[in-house]
Design a protein around this ligand. Structure first.
Ligand SMILES: Cc1cc2nc3c(=O)[nH]c(=O)nc-3n(C[C@H](O)[C@H](O)[C@H](O)COP(=O)(O)OP(=O)(O)OC[C@H]3O[C@@H](n4cnc5c(N)ncnc54)[C@H](O)[C@@H]3O)c2cc1C
Ligand code: SF4
Length: 337
């Protein structure tokens, strides 16, 4: 059995206090919310913090409220987010993506804030300490080379959050609280461009709230690809949202791909292409052909990277078809290889 390494647990009452404790202890401290990702990672010695700052006491990071807009407390569980009537009715892709994370027990403990901050993943890294030692480690922890792309100066571990692509597609913002104050930034700016420094926030900043603008009049969806119907992290996520005008003309489109890069990837060229066009089969095929190009899956997740890349095109087409009210089943199947 894998055991947790020793650590000291502190339970602050406010986010500012939590940020100050994190800042005081530097790299020796980490925040923990539901612990569904952090604790397994600690058991594998991917992280060995001496101090864990439990966020569970932060009242300011709880609650789901809204009318035209929506505010989600970062400590709300994925179950609460996925089942909340307001979220399901007005931001259904948020509810769907939260409801597709892992399995029911992990959704009961895992939080929306933890999901947005969840570590990047790689088959050479999400392994026991014994396994990683046997191959000489990699630069995400204890080594100095990337085992997937040995000439690379960056780590290519994959952004694997189910909810992050949806939040970005819907234009969400997050509140970050530091030791001296708070700031609100677009969710898209939360992510860095390296699998090690995958969050662009300061290490001590605590995410307390997620803010979603009104998306009334938009159609939205999230499609997740994984080997099994439960438990598995995404090997591809497609978040898509469109505002259609009369005659199914696209007024605005937002497509974001997950699990294909170190960060969620906005398909900006496809979004530009779609604007002003009728959302019919032909347009959808062309948009999907543009959208999948920035996907950069490498050989560090389940199934082959070439298949995952091809599926990015197909799943984008399926997502857009869903939004257009067209059938999704008649696209050519692509067998995993
Ligand atoms: C078997 C298994 C399957 C999984 N499948 C999926 C899946 O399909 N999809 C998916 O997206 N995830 C999956 N996960 C990962 C995880 O369960 C979820 O991402 C979950 O939402 C993480 O939330 P948490 O509250 O448990 O985060 P924690 O484990 O507590 O923390 C995760 C990270 O976020 C940081 N953090 C947490 N909250 C905050 C905050 N408010 N402010 C700043 N930093 C914070 C922590 O320091 C840590 O680095 C899986 C995990 C396991 C073990
Ligand atoms: S992408 Fe490279 S550096 Fe990053 S975790 Fe995988 S093997 Fe390690």
């Amino acid at each position: 059995m894998l055991r947790l390494p020793p650590f000291r647990l502190v339970v602050p009452k406010t986010a500012r206090e939590a940020a100050r404790i994190l800042a005081d202890h530097g790299p020796e401290a980490m925040a923990v919310a539901g612990g569904t990702d952090l604790y397994p990672n600690m058991k594998r010695r991917q992280f060995t913090p001496k101090v864990l700052v439990a966020l569970s006491g932060l009242g300011e990071a709880r609650g789901i409220a809204g009318n035209g807009t929506l505010t989600l407390g970062a400590l709300e569980t994925l179950t609460n987010v996925s089942r909340h009537p307001l979220v399901s009715a007005r931001w259904p892709a948020v509810a769907a993506s939260a409801g597709l994370v892992s399995s029911p027990p992990l959704r009961n403990a895992g939080t929306i804030g933890g999901n947005l901050c969840v570590d990047t993943r790689c088959t050479y890294y999400n392994q026991t300490e014994f396994w990683r030692a046997s191959i000489g480690y990699c630069m995400k922890r204890d080594g100095d080379v990337c085992l997937v792309a040995p000439g690379s100066s960056i780590c290519w571990a994959l952004s694997s959050s189910d909810t992050a692509p949806v939040m970005i597609a819907l234009g969400a913002e997050v509140t970050l609280v530091g030791g001296d104050g708070s700031r609100r930034i677009p969710e898209a700016d939360l992510y860095g461009r390296d699998g090690i420094q995958y969050l662009a926030k300061r290490p001590e900043e605590v995410l307390t709230q997620v803010h979603l603008p009104s998306r009334d009049g938009w159609a939205m969806t999230y499609r997740k690809l994984r080997r099994r119907g439960s438990i598995d992290f995404p090997i591809l996520g497609v978040a898509a949202a469109v505002r259609l005008g009369p005659g199914r003309v696209v007024e605005e489109a937002r497509i974001v791909l997950g699990a294909v890069h170190t960060h969620p990837v906005e398909a900006s060229d496809a979004n530009d292409f779609l604007r002003g066009k009728v959302l019919d089969r032909e347009t959808i095929e062309m948009a999907a052909g543009i959208a999948y190009k920035p996907a950069k899956p490498l050989d560090n997740a389940d199934l082959s990277y070439s298949w995952r890349k091809r599926m990015a095109r197909i799943e984008t087409a399926r997502a857009l078809r869903e939004l257009a009210g067209l059938p999704t089943g008649d696209l050519p199947p692509v067998n995993p290889s």
